[in-house]
Design a protein around this ligand. Structure first.
Ligand SMILES: Cc1cc2nc3c(=O)[nH]c(=O)nc-3n(C[C@H](O)[C@H](O)[C@H](O)COP(=O)(O)OP(=O)(O)OC[C@H]3O[C@@H](n4cnc5c(N)ncnc54)[C@H](O)[C@@H]3O)c2cc1C
Length: 293
């Protein structure tokens, strides 16, 4: 069986190649803007012309798919790659099974209803396309068998970049952090986040948050919020501080090794979803924990 990997990021490519090895005996990976060291038998690199978005590679990906004729396609579950997965499925006359969290004998497991239920689906056609998030497979950089440039096919309806700006990224890579401290609306003012940062420093943790702390008050960048419309994280420990436990948030952390919750309301929904709960006020609890560590 042949598998095709489509990934925008090198780390995702390495994970998907490792996963594909459990399903296929030949693995071809598509990279964008430089061949990733992902251990594929063959890497097809796509160079997106300046001024176009990665999504504009749809027709180029379709051409690579036609030439390789894979039976299974594993796609990184990020925004651009999901666009490509949808278009490829249309091209290949099949469907996409999205946001797979595990593969089992009966099929691919994924969450639905925003994460309050799970289902197992099996592709019925000749080719199966899955979008898969970080952490489903363990992967490491590996030498590629061969690397080739995939000829660019101009898209019929390109999206042009009008302007762009680099967003300064700071702190720990949340996808790789063993421990994540997540701050919520329980923090009454921005200056209180120093208590969460102090705890992060002691634990070597990354600081994440619930959506209101980014889009509501803009205390933290949008790249840090966890949930159905944000990051899906799988750290060993997730410490939710002043977070109520709404389903839209918990979907992004409920595959953590252990969830710890700190909340002053003993009836907060998060206490029904965590492994360890501590009822208390952030202002008392966080400095005490940090001092004790
Ligand atoms: C379509 C849609 C998509 C969404 N996507 C996301 C998403 O991806 N991620 C996300 O996070 N949200 C998302 N939301 C928003 C989500 O529904 C919740 O509103 C949000 O997660 C709540 O954030 P919170 O828990 O920080 O705040 P709140 O729900 O306001 O909870 C704050 C908690 O802090 C506690 N608290 C208050 N003061 C203290 C204190 N001093 N000490 C200790 N505890 C205290 C309170 O008891 C409360 O439980 C989405 C909503 C919609 C409609």
């Amino acid at each position: 069986m042949k598998a095709l990997i489509i990934a925008e990021h090198a780390a995702a490519a390495a994970e998907l190649v490792a996963g594909a090895r459990t399903m296929a005996d030949e693995v071809v990976a598509i990279s964008f803007g430089g061949a990733y060291e992902c251990g594929a038998d063959k890497v097809l690199n796509i160079t997106v012309p300046e001024g176009l978005t990665v999504d504009s590679a749809v027709e180029t990906v379709n051409a690579a798919f036609d030439a390789e004729n894979p039976e299974v396609v594993l796609v990184e579950a990020c925004r651009h790659m999901k666009v490509i997965a949808g278009s490829l499925a249309f091209h290949a006359d099949t469907a996409v099974i999205t946001d797979v969290t595990a593969f089992e004998a009966a099929g691919a497991k994924s969450m639905y209803f925003g994460g309050i239920a799970e289902r197992v689906q099996k592709a019925a056609g000749n080719v199966a396309i899955y979008t898969i998030g970080a952490g489903v497979f363990d992967g490491a950089e590996g030498a590629n068998g061969s690397v080739a440039e995939q000829e660019w096919v101009a898209p019929a309806r390109p999206v042009k970049v009008v302007s762009s700006q680099v967003i300064e990224k700071s702190g720990v890579n949340l996808f790789k952090a063993d421990v994540v401290v997540a701050a919520g609306r329980g923090f009454a003012e921005e200056s209180q986040l120093s208590m969460a940062n102090d705890l992060c420093d002691k634990l070597g943790a990354g600081l994440a948050c619930s959506r209101p702390l980014t889009e509501g008050v803009n205390w933290l960048p949008t790249e840090r919020y966890v949930g159905v419309s944000g990051l899906m994280l799988t750290p060993k420990a997730y410490i939710a501080v002043g977070i109520s436990g709404q389903m839209q948030h918990m979907v992004g952390c409920n595959r953590s090794g252990a969830i710890f919750a700190i909340n002053k309301d003993k009836n907060a929904p998060i206490f029904k979803q965590c492994d360890f709960g501590l009822i208390g006020d952030i202002k008392d609890v966080l400095p005490a924990i940090t001092a004790a560590l």
